[in-house]
Design a protein around this ligand. Structure first.
Ligand SMILES: Cc1cc2nc3c(=O)[nH]c(=O)nc-3n(C[C@H](O)[C@H](O)[C@H](O)COP(=O)(O)O)c2cc1C
Length: 212
């Protein structure tokens, strides 16, 4: 196979993709065509994984009852998270995510098979968490390729993981990683919504580099 030889124009576009990929909290309700969603899931499964274990498991949550179960989980977890915090910011943050759960046409829960047969244990002896990291890389791969098609993703982690696994009837070894709201964003932005809302701000990258 020959070198793909990516062009300068492609690299510029890729940089733009990193700049414009966002965690989305407000969605249009029209669905993403099924073939596009499936393409994104195929792409996600191209992520690197420890020992080539491919431990990611994507659960497409379509049943209204299961969605309601997750929404109830969120409501309870959110109430706990907000307990003792009475700032406006806390309320605003929470309600924004709820909007995504109600509006997004597609819901995908992501789990990691923490003990996969595939990969034959390679690379996991001293760091078993590497399966989790592999599955998170698949999420980011999905996220970026969705953004490249103008499709938004909102990551919900304010959930009780055991209850989420039970609502979705998954295997006992599967670790809950993320609940993803997916659909077309109501708006696009090149800065995080939490930054725009004054919740938090990004730092110059150099501040995170350390030399020894
Ligand atoms: C592991 C992980 C968990 C997250 N969980 C939540 C969440 O529960 N609620 C939320 O509003 N955003 C959540 N986010 C999104 C972040 O708030 C968002 O990525 C961050 O504000 C930066 O914005 P950007 O992704 O648009 O650059 C999560 C992101 C990651 C990577």
């Amino acid at each position: 196979m020959s070198d793909p030889n990516f062009s300068a124009a492609f690299r510029q576009d890729l940089d733009k993709l990193f700049e414009w990929r966002r965690d989305v909290r407000h969605f249009r309700t029209d669905p993403v065509p099924e073939h596009i969603l499936e393409d994104l899931l195929h792409t996600a499964c191209r992520a690197p994984s420890v020992g080539l274990s491919e431990p990611w498991r994507f659960v497409r949550v379509e049943s209204p009852q299961r969605r309601a179960g997750i929404r109830n989980n969120f409501a309870r977890s959110n109430a706990l998270a907000l307990d003792g915090r009475n700032g406006d910011d806390a309320q605003r943050y929470a309600s924004l995510k709820l909007a995504g759960l109600d509006e997004a046409p597609h819901h995908i829960a992501v789990f990691c098979d923490t003990n996969p047969v595939q990969g034959r244990g390679l690379g996991r002896a001293t760091m078993p968490e590497t399966t989790t990291w592999s599955a998170v890389m698949a999420i980011y791969t999905f996220w970026l390729s969705a953004a490249a098609q103008g499709i938004g993703l909102g990551w919900v982690s304010i959930l009780d993981p055991d209850d989420a696994a039970s609502v979705l009837s998954v295997e006992p070894d599967w670790q809950f990683l993320a609940y993803l709201c997916v659909g077309y964003p109501k708006q696009h932005a090149s800065t995080p919504e939490l930054e725009r809302q004054g919740w938090e701000q990004r730092n110059p990258a150099r501040r995170r580099w350390i030399y020894r």
